[in-house]
Design a protein around this ligand. Sequence first.
Ligand code: TXA
Ligand code: MG
Length: 321
Amino acid sequence: MKTVLTESPIEAAEFIKRNGIVAFPTETVYGLGANVFDEKAIAKIFVAKQRPNDNPLIAHVGNVEQINRLVKEITPNAQKFIEAFFPAPLTLVLPKAENVLLIATANLETIGVRMPRNELAQEFLKNCETPLVAPSANLSGKPSPTDWQAVYEDLNGRIDCILQGETTEIGLESTVVDCTSPIPLVLRSGAISLEDLRLIIPETELYQIKKDEIVRSPGLKHRHYSPFAKVRLVQDSRFKIQDSRFKIQDSRFKAFIGLKKPEIEFDLIKICGSVEEYAHEVFAFFRECDRKNIEIIYCETVEEKGIGAALMDRLSRAAAE
Ligand code: TXA
Ligand code: MG
């Protein structure tokens, strides 16, 4: 399949109308979109990404009214979050409407809904004239793409079109909140932090997987955000390595990303000026490490507040074996 590159949201939307799949920028990461009501196009997403079919997709809307076509009910909690935040890097899980296809929700009776605030995404959604399901536009398991070149690297020849926008503003995926029960549960942390959500609904909780429980957000159990290189977390640039199996004297080709310049030499190094910049750069850095055959990436840990919680979540998953 030839993958068309375009900067035109009108041209990109034509592919959606002809049952195609199109990668597009959002404020979080690039998504791979298909018409939410087009079963064949949705099936193509799973093939293109090599995505396990038990991992549900997020529906993206261009306006709040479209949410009503996708859900049985906007629960009172969801209504509050919508009013406070939308459009935003925030996905709300709600009971799905009957006409929403089970292939989109991986057989769940709920659907995640999000209204991106990125202008090009909004323009594209408007031209599509339908909500789009869109997972991140990477091969399954790889770091999410934060620029169109990363999408191209993973999916050229596998999808119909890439809508070329800027590098994404945030760099980590949206916060996912289950709003189906009275206490909202954060299933995945993101730029809208637990603290932000609690300003609106103080009871909001972080979802913790209990042993033997069925995972509420199936995507969480799959391997994620992983470069080929091993990822190790270090507490600060003096390198108190959390994992005693690895020593920093390691002779392997190694990289470092963090906030403080370490005292020893690395083959590739990225120092970020803030936690926000770290979040913005981390996935692109993982990809750069892979292109340069780095064998081990040391990532400095950060405080788990604000976007730091989302960053630590992604780093821990990348470091998990
Ligand atoms: O920022 C984002 O959310 C990006 C951009 C493209 O919008 N999309 C994204 O999609 O990250 P994806 O498919 O890579 O991640 C979706 C996450 C998965 O962890 C999935 O399990 C969870 O959201 N999810 C989706 N629908 C769900 C549902 N009905 N119930 C629970 N979790 C759900
Ligand atoms: Mg993803």
